[in-house]
Design a protein around this ligand. Structure first.
Ligand code: XMP
Length: 511
């Protein structure tokens, strides 16, 4: 499908994906490309506008990232942010110098709202700055359109060429009118029409899957997570029963989860759904194993074995569906600004299944877009907003060896925890929360009887990228309620602790 797009050229800033998401939220499709992307490739994509992101470097560093200066002759509007603005100034002949003090944090700005970029923005507005360099003299053709007390050149424009630059960050929530500024760039300057909507994305994707797949057979490893579920439903809407979903229940899912996934896929969607109840196989393999990486390895290998056996029964298929999403495939601009996923739920499957091609219907979508797409497709909210769940499941939340009894204890404790978090209306605010069954047993007293039972640890974190995280500050009374419900309702638990460690130094999971 021909779609209008914006290119976000990544100069190594931490916010490249955030900028892209902010643009897509305004119904304009965009892609993040590294700063060194070939000019011909950029031309070929025919973007309506280009955004240079911020970056860590100074334009004077010998290794500072630079893009092909031919980009200024394409006749395409450009918005430079932070480093992107400094680099544009520097390469078009302006002067960028080191600031005497680093400018960082909230700043009050005076803007000239006669500029298209600041259309409808208040004359005095708060923005978020983060600069070590400043613009001493803008390049020829540019005028100053915003300034602050300590930053005389906070925004610039060259109206004739449609080049704009900001020394503050419109994508950050502390820039109060940042969304409006990005909107102005997209709609007032680049003349976008705003054709990026999830409903039409779904429609087009289903149509193109139908054309591509024809009457061929498709296989999907369903984990019950958001991505594989949305991908599967998308394919099922395209080709119905030509799709077979294999759902391996390894016995390490959360309470009732296996049944819920089965219910949704057998009653609401038109697919061949195979649930493999392989619980005992996994428990047997895991018996006595305590080392976390060893657990992961066993589960990963056994998963492939089970899947392979089922896939063999079906015979050769033409396509294998995978729930890859956009953050997994973004090419990194500088260093490791893009996150490389180190663990995949169904990693390695392609090597074991007899198929011709992989289909990745969600390859262009951010997580929040996958969720929107899933809701549009009629997948229940409960599944669409499911929090991330590791492939090895509860195995890495049970410290020490795994037994079916311990799995049952943890499932019950985790269920109570999730129930109370949902009742408190916090389920969408916390990045991830779950219970851990520690291997610690301690003395307690219940009904005048001495007990010697397990300690459950509760974990809740807020995070944007899961690479770093803070522990969530849950209200004491809520923690108290969860604790008393767990010790009262879950057998063999007599103590509850709350984990107040960030990542780093801890990880989110306990193993
Ligand atoms: P950590 O514990 O590394 O977790 O801070 C970061 C995120 O990754 C998830 N996670 C996993 N996901 N297989 C997965 O599919 C795994 O082996 C695995 N280990 C951790 C974790 O739940 C969190 O969201």
């Amino acid at each position: 499908m021909e779609k209008e797009m914006i290119i976000v050229l990544d100069f190594g800033g931490q916010n490249n994906q955030l900028i892209a998401r902010k643009i897509r939220e305004q119904n304009v499709y965009c892609e993040v490309l590294p700063y060194y992307t070939d000019l011909d490739r950029i031309k070929g994509l025919a973007p309506k506008g280009i955004i240079f992101t911020g970056g860590q470097d100074s334009v004077h560093d010998p290794d500072a990232p630079k893009c092909d200066s031919g980009i200024f002759s394409l006749g395409i509007p450009i918005l430079g942010i932070g480093y992107g603005c400094q680099w544009m100034t520097h390469s078009l002949g302006g002067k960028v110098s080191k600031a005497p003090v680093k400018e960082h944090g909230k700043t009050e700005l005076r803007v000239n709202n006669a500029s298209k970029l600041f259309h409808n923005v208040s004359e005095n507005t708060i923005c978020w700055m983060s600069n070590t360099d400043y613009i001493e003299t803008p390049a020829s053709g540019f005028t100053i359109i915003a300034s602050s007390d300590s930053c005389p050149v906070a925004a610039i424009e060259d109206k004739t060429r449609d080049f704009y630059g900001l020394l503050f960050h419109p994508e950050i929530v502390h820039t109060e009118e940042g969304t409006k500024i990005l909107h102005n760039f997209l709609y007032e300057i680049c003349q976008c029409s705003g054709d990026w909507k999830m409903a039409s994305f779904n429609e087009h994707m289903i149509e193109s899957l139908r054309n591509k797949i024809g009457d061929k057979k498709v296989l999907c490893a369903l984990s019950g997570g958001v991505d594989s579920s949305v991908a599967a439903v998308m394919v099922s809407k395209a080709v119905g029963k030509q799709l077979t979903c294999i759902f391996v229940d390894h016995g390490l899912l959360r309470k009732n989860e296996g049944d819920e996934v089965e219910e949704i896929f057998t009653t609401q969607f038109d697919v061949n759904f195979i649930r493999v109840n392989a619980q005992q196989r996994f428990y047997d393999k895991l018996a006595g194993v305590t080392e976390p990486e060893q657990k992961r390895k066993i589960i990963g290998e056994e998963f492939i074995r089970v899947f392979e056996e089922e896939a063999k029964k079906i015979g050769t298929v033409d396509y294998l569906v995978q729930g890859t999403i956009y953050p997994d495939v973004i090419e990194s601009g500088v260093g490791n600004s893009a996150v490389i996923k180190s663990h995949h739920n169904v990693g390695g499957l392609p090597d074991y299944v007899d198929f011709k091609e992989i289909i990745e219907p969600l390859r262009d979508l951010f997580k929040d877009e996958v969720r929107k797409s899933g809701l549009e497709l009629g997948i229940p909210e409960k599944l669409v907003f499911r929090q991330p769940f590791p492939g090895p499941g509860l195995a890495i939340r049970i410290i020490g060896d795994i037994t079916p009894e311990k799995v049952a204890i943890l499932q019950d404790a985790d269920y109570v925890y999730r129930d109370e978090i949902a009742k408190a209306g916090l389920d969408r605010e916390i990045g991830q929360y779950f219970a851990v069954l520690t291997n610690l047993r301690s003395v307690g007293v219940t009904d005048d009887e001495r007990t010697y039972d397990y300690t459950v640890a509760l974990r809740a974190v807020t995070t944007t990228d899961f690479m770093t995280a803070e522990f969530a500050e849950l209200p004491w009374d809520l923690l108290g309620k969860i604790s008393s419900r767990i010790v009262n309702e879950v057998k063999h638990v007599n103590r509850v602790c709350y984990d107040i460690t960030g990542k780093p130094p801890a990880t989110i999971e306990w193993e």
